[in-house]
Design a binder for this molecule. Structure first.
Ligand SMILES: NC(=O)c1ccc[n+]([C@@H]2O[C@H](COP(=O)([O-])OP(=O)(O)OC[C@H]3O[C@@H](n4cnc5c(N)ncnc54)[C@H](O)[C@@H]3O)[C@@H](O)[C@H]2O)c1
Length: 310
């Protein structure tokens, strides 16, 4: 029996403070065991998840006392928002709380690819002293697929590096030069992906869009792995178009090591773009506040509107 059940690796001082007033049960590996998870939610009033716990109809039906699902992060594709709303379960997520972290990581990946930092690091460790020329990002064009919180945080930083920024996002009308999807891929030197996984975005970056990319361009995915067709990306990278790719998110996580892992023009990170000490502190604080609010009859500040998020 618990008031608050944490099913993934989420913690911090704000949750410890919550534990002073509520029964908080912390099971960081529970997301991996669906039968145990279903049993554990039977009595709980709040569930705290990252992106691996599937908050689906089965889980919601098994949790008759559940009042709030707290998502430690931004993508909501693991939560059935409509079913939660139908059961009066509030979903809270600190939207935008990790935008700076994602943006700094994205810039880091672009600089890594442009200057081949990871590649040269591997070579230097092998004893090679290969002084190949990199490229400068200043004066080039950065294209954003998705211009929400993380995309716009990248825009600000790319402009500070002397880059022109364009974006494709049907829901955004200002703050950045908007272009058609094909033009984004045709004219950008760096394309970074900041869209959620939806029916419209799954497999969106396919053979056709990749073929539009400039020969010296770079592709960075910090949105969702399913958006990039990895089967199409592999031959595209072998052909040098794009010249390099950095993937923080993968179609399957963790991925099976395959051919992408063997390419020197690929940089891979394990879905950590949004994870910094600062973002985790902001997220824990916002979630603990909202859980307390819901459990005591107050109003949460980070409730997600199921219709707006779809
Ligand atoms: N790698 C990480 O650690 C990490 C961290 C945070 C977020 N994310 C992912 O990045 C996504 C974006 O995060 P955010 O905070 O910027 O979210 P956000 O909701 O602020 O922005 C997402 C933007 O994508 C746009 N969009 C949706 N469908 C589109 C389409 N078909 N074409 C073009 N644009 C489209 C939306 O209009 C919105 O402006 C999240 O949904 C999440 O999946 C990953």
């Amino acid at each position: 029996m618990s008031d608050v059940l944490i099913t993934e690796d989420v913690w911090g001082e704000p949750f410890a403070a919550l534990a002073a007033d509520f029964d908080v049960r912390r099971e960081p590996d529970l997301w991996q065991w669906p039968a145990e998870l279903i049993r554990a939610v039977a009595t709980t009033r709040a569930v705290v998840v990252r992106n691996r716990t599937q908050v689906d109809k089965a889980l919601l039906d098994a949790a008759p006392r559940l009042a709030v699902v707290a998502r430690a992060g931004v993508g909501l594709d693991n939560i059935d928002l409509v079913s939660a709303a139908e059961r009066d379960v509030v979903v809270v997520a600190p939207l935008g709380a990790n935008a700076i972290s994602v943006a700094e990581h994205t810039l880091g990946l672009a600089l890594d690819l442009a200057r081949r930092i990871s590649q040269l690091d591997r070579a230097a460790r092998r004893g090679e002293w290969s002084r190949v020329a990199g490229i400068e990002l200043a004066g080039r064009t950065w294209g954003l697929l998705g211009a929400g919180a993380t995309g716009m945080a990248v825009a600000e930083r790319a402009r500070a590096m002397g880059m022109r920024v364009v974006a494709h996002d049907p829901r955004v009308s200002r703050g950045v030069d908007l272009v058609a999807l094909d033009d984004l891929f045709r004219h950008s030197d760096v394309v970074s992906v900041h869209v959620p996984a939806t029916d419209a975005t799954r497999g969106m970056i396919d053979v056709r869009l990749l073929s539009l990319m400039r020969p010296d361009s770079l592709l960075i995915n910090v949105g969702r792995g399913e958006v990039v067709d990895e089967g199409a990306l592999l031959p595209a990278l072998r052909a040098g178009r794009p010249a390099g790719a950095a993937l923080d998110v993968r179609a399957e996580e963790p991925p099976q090591a395959g051919e992408l892992e063997t390419l020197d023009n690929v940089v891979l990170t394990p879905h950590v773009a949004g994870i910094t000490a600062e973002s985790q502190a902001r997220i824990a604080s916002a979630l603990a506040h909202d859980i307390r609010a819901v459990l005591t009859g107050g109003v949460p500040t980070g409730a997600v509107d199921a219709r707006a998020a779809s």
